[in-house]
Design a protein. Structure first.
Length: 392
């Protein structure tokens, strides 16, 4: 066991050392200034941030990376298709909901699964999981549940858990990603700044928020969105453009998630656009060989979530997701949070493995292991949510 721990500590230190070699690429002089407007004005108040600079930054991300955020549908209907009042050994009320969205005589069904603590005397806070793994994660089949969506752990901690499966919104395929949300918005497929798969997944998460407003077992003001890997990229984008999410949890999200693009450490903009051309808009590909020309970087994405809490994770075996760059994005976003009087417990350098930062507006850990979403991650998410919801 000692050899095992020593091995992962060494791997982590190598990751940190490799990241520090690229620190010159991430100085304040080379990153876009999140508090400087397009016309060169410096923002130093919440009002100026919210009225001028924040809309600018959001539009820059829409036009250059994630695609347009669309809200113009005709109607939405929620149908409970499965209702089990005594699920999970009597711990939960389970509901499976079909969210049907209509636009221009077309409709789309997206399925949402919700477990709420059965004996709660008040509406429950909820974690919404962007399920980009097994369709059965956090679903109604007890045999299929695992640590990716640990239903019982969350219920026992007083939280509800809901999940939406990404392929309902956009199949994760460059050939078929249009077969979902984009059927309602076909012009997005060819528009250079059009929404693609990750934008569609974030759109589906916002429709789940629409549902939570109608469910009296859910505390609508305490909805945290959780995603891992490409789901972690989605969670950050959803939290940035939909301010109804109370907090954001992003696991091992790497390039075009939490990690700073200009570091070019691990997965790069060119690599992700080549392997997954259907995730981001067409304009993003213009920066494959010229990342420094991007008018944004990922610290600005996290800044869009201000003043709400954000927790990101990394893993010692997941250098592809650039653990150091993912941490530095939050460090660089602190000055926007400071406008709101929100100060974090982040240190200048990332913490050692398995030493999470919890009691803070920004949370972070790097854990021993591989690219995954684990019970260790969820345990820290619960502690972070408890602190920010109940102990500040």
């Amino acid at each position: 066991m000692r050899k095992f721990k020593f091995y992962f500590a060494v791997i982590s230190l190598i990751a940190i050392g490799y990241g520090q070699q690229n620190e010159a690429k991430t100085t304040d002089n080379t990153l876009p200034d999140v508090l400087k407007t397009i016309d060169g004005q410096t923002v130093n108040t919440v009002s100026a941030w919210e009225k001028k600079r924040r809309p600018e930054v959001l539009t820059l991300f829409e036009n250059n990376i994630y695609g347009q955020t669309l809200k113009n549908y005709d109607s939405i209907k929620f149908t409970v298709t499965h209702d089990v009042p005594n699920a999970v050994n009597g711990k939960a009320h389970l509901k499976e909901i079909t969210m049907t969205v209509w636009k221009a005589h077309k409709f789309l069904d997206i399925h949402l699964t919700v477990f709420t603590p059965r004996n709660s005397k008040r509406p429950s806070p909820v974690f919404l999981l962007i399920n980009n793994e097994n369709k059965n994660n956090a679903d109604s089949s007890e045999k299929s549940r695992n640590d990716f969506g640990p239903v019982e752990m969350l219920l026992d901690s007083g939280y509800a858990i809901a999940s939406v499966y990404v392929s309902d919104a956009a199949p994760d395929s460059k050939e078929t990603y249009q077969n979902g949300v984009l059927q309602l918005y076909p012009d997005q497929v060819t528009a250079d700044n059009g929404m693609k798969a990750i934008g569609a997944w974030a759109w589906a998460a916002s429709r789940a928020m629409d549902y939570f407003e109608t469910d009296n077992e859910i505390d609508f003001n305490k909805v945290g969105i959780v995603g891992h890997s490409r789901g972690g990229k989605t969670a950050l984008w959803a939290g940035a453009q939909d301010q109804r999410f109370a907090m954001v949890f992003s696991s091992c999200s790497g390039c075009t998630g939490a990690a700073l693009a200009r570091r070019q450490s691990g997965e790069t903009v060119k690599a992700i656009n080549t392997a997954f051309p259907h995730w981001f808009n067409n304009n993003y590909k213009k920066y494959n060989d010229n990342v420094d020309a991007l008018p944004v970087d990922q610290h600005m994405l996290i800044s869009l979530i201000a003043p709400r809490p954000v927790y990101t994770t990394s893993a010692t075996q997941d250098l592809w997701a650039d653990p150091v760059g993912s941490y530095l994005s939050m460090v660089k976003a602190q000055k926007v949070y400071a406008l709101y009087g929100k100060h974090s417990e982040l240190t200048p350098d990332p913490p050692l493995p398995n030493t999470p930062i919890i009691n803070s507006i920004f949370g972070y850990h790097i854990r021993e292991g591989r690219h995954d979403l684990t019970a260790y991650d969820w345990g820290n998410f619960i502690r972070f949510a408890n602190f920010n919801y109940f102990h500040q």
